[in-house]
Design a protein around this ligand. Structure first.
Ligand code: NDP
Length: 484
């Protein structure tokens, strides 16, 4: 299987190659075979991308929002029309099953382009009346050149979730995908330009962290939006602070999911499955600490084990497959280490956690029971299909333990007690909370974390605040006096 792109980078409206950059092989996670080779951006490529973005941005910002939006909405239509091909590419890049990619990745990318395309024409300032007939107004301005840096789990979606609001507000973007999944963002760039985006406004360059760092530090850059881990977030935030740049940080989590005795058992099990095993557990907002009230624990574990028998692990391109491989050998090793650590620490492995004896990066979905709060598997983000089940007695206890973490990305509660559901949601220290559901992320609703899980919000009108700034203009209608 091959998925070699036309060239490694997309700059100033066209594909660009520079073989002087180090080779980055792209592996198909289902087989481990090399499906493409791209080259890391050299300093010359980084400079080309930034200067073309800088040169194109002012004219783009001067267009009407309606015109900008029309281009984004056209790109959304093209993405939807090509959903099959884009989903196959997403599956090759990440290993996620086609059953998922065909309904989540290009489609949510298209949603973002359509949504922010629709908002672009309505971005306005305010008129503010002042005493004595004077007044002020605000202008909502683009920030300038934005850098987007992506994680490997949702390469198409991340490229669109950052690109769409940035472009809607009149910015230019330079996007660096994860080195593990470099292919999909190139297609996003291609489609945007096919839809009429002027050259230079959405550039994609490849590279490891060594390419991300100079992008963040460059004086031409006004904003940095990162999706990645907390350690990377710390570095990128600090580097951006040096230049007083705007930031959005979408970072990791170790989110709690609290299941009360009175919950609907089937829905609670569905929530735990969705919140732990979708995309083979490689989802930032996953509810990996599943607190189950003691009265329902045995029934929950029994039903969960039964339902896990329905996980179809196999060829990701087969539409029936619903559980794919890990993205890389490295990520698989991280997960295997945590499974060994969980067993060493005394947690009970109920099922799964075995590497499959075949090429590629395969592991069966793992469930640990009798997990305690201090175990590494309950404290650290694993980013793989490992569910930790913890017992609890009371609501107050569950909430306190749920919040006892440095992370604050997401949290969920399953209960049929209406007041308790809202009380617990109010008590969660997390940016995105779920009641009797898990991991929904439609474009209309803000998404992001609190505490160490991040700064800023993606999606919804809230994202506009993070890709634009306000200028205040004071107007005096009469003569102006001064003390001397
Ligand atoms: P990493 O933090 O390892 O990398 C994220 C991106 O940052 C990659 O493109 C990486 O490049 C780049 N990078 C690394 N170091 C630097 C640096 N010093 N300066 C600039 N860029 C740098 O995360 P992963 O790719 O492993 O993704 C998994 C993480 O992402 C998890 O923690 C997960 O929770 C989080 N995530 C958060 C989401 C959210 O919305 N909150 C959504 C999805 C994932 P390279 O890959 O080439 O090293």
């Amino acid at each position: 299987m091959k998925a070699q792109p036309t060239a490694s980078h997309f700059i100033n409206g066209r594909y660009v190659e520079d073989k002087a950059g180090a080779e980055m092989p792209v592996y198909y996670p289902a087989t481990g075979e090399v499906i493409a080779v791209v080259h890391e951006a050299t300093p010359a490529i980084i400079d080309q991308a930034l200067s073309s973005a800088k040169a194109a941005q002012a004219q783009w910002a001067a267009m009407s929002g309606t015109e900008r939006g029309r281009i984004l909405r056209r790109a959304a239509d093209i993405m939807r029309a090509r959903n099959h091909d884009l989903s196959v590419l997403e599956t090759l890049d990440t290993g996620k099953p086609y059953q998922e990619t065909s309904v989540v990745d290009a489609t949510s990318g298209a949603d973002a382009l359509e949504y922010f395309g629709g908002l672009a024409g309505s971005l306005t300032g305010q008129h503010i009346r002042l005493p004595d007939g004077n007044w002020a107004y605000t202008i909502r301005e683009a920030l300038g050149v934005c850098v987007g840096i992506g994680a490997w789990n949702y390469p198409t979606q991340i490229a669109c979730w950052k690109g769409a609001p940035a472009l809607a507000c009149g910015n230019a973007m330079v996007f660096k995908p994860s080195e593990t999944t470099p292919l999909c963002a190139l297609k996003v760039a291609e489609i945007l330009h096919e839809a009429g985006l002027p050259a230079g406004l959405y550039n994609v360059i490849q590279g490891r962290g060594g390419v991300g760092a100079p992008l963040v530090a460059d004086a031409r850059v006004n904003k940095v939006s990162l999706t990645g881990s907390v350690p990377t977030g710390r570095k990128v935030y600090a580097a951006a602070a040096d230049g007083m740049k705007h930031v959005t940080m979408e970072l990791g989590g170790k989110s709690p999911l609290i299941i009360f005795d009175d919950a609907d058992l089937e829905s609670a099990v569905s929530g735990a499955i969705l919140g732990n095993f979708y995309s083979s557990g490689q989802v930032c907002s996953n509810g990996t600490r599943v607190f189950v009230q003691k009265g329902i624990k045995q029934a929950f574990l029994a039903r969960l084990s039964e339902r896990l028998q329905n996980a179809l692990i196999g060829d990701p391109m087969d539409p029936a497959t619903n559980f794919g491989p890990m993205v890389s050998e490295g990520q698989l090793q991280i997960v295997l280490n945590y499974i060994a650590k969980g067993q060493d620490e005394g947690a009970r492995l109920v099922c799964g956690g075995q590497r499959l004896d075949k090429p590629g990066y395969w592991i069966t979905p793992a469930v640990f029971a009798d997990v305690t709060d201090s175990m590494a598997i309950a404290r650290e983000e694993i980013f793989g299909p490992v569910m930790s089940v913890l017992d609890f007695d009371t609501e107050a206890e569950a909430l306190a333990r749920a919040n006892d973490t440095e992370f604050g990305l997401a949290a969920g509660v399953f209960t049929n007690d209406l007041q308790r559901a809202h009380r617990v949601a109010e008590g969660f220290e997390a940016g995105t909370c779920y009641i009797n559901t898990y991991n929904d992320a439609p474009v209309e609703v803000p998404f992001g974390g609190s505490k160490m899980s991040g700064v800023g919000r993606e999606n919804s009108a809230a994202a506009i605040e993070h890709y634009s700034q306000l200028k205040s203009v004071f107007v005096r209608m009469g003569a102006l006096e001064a003390p001397f």
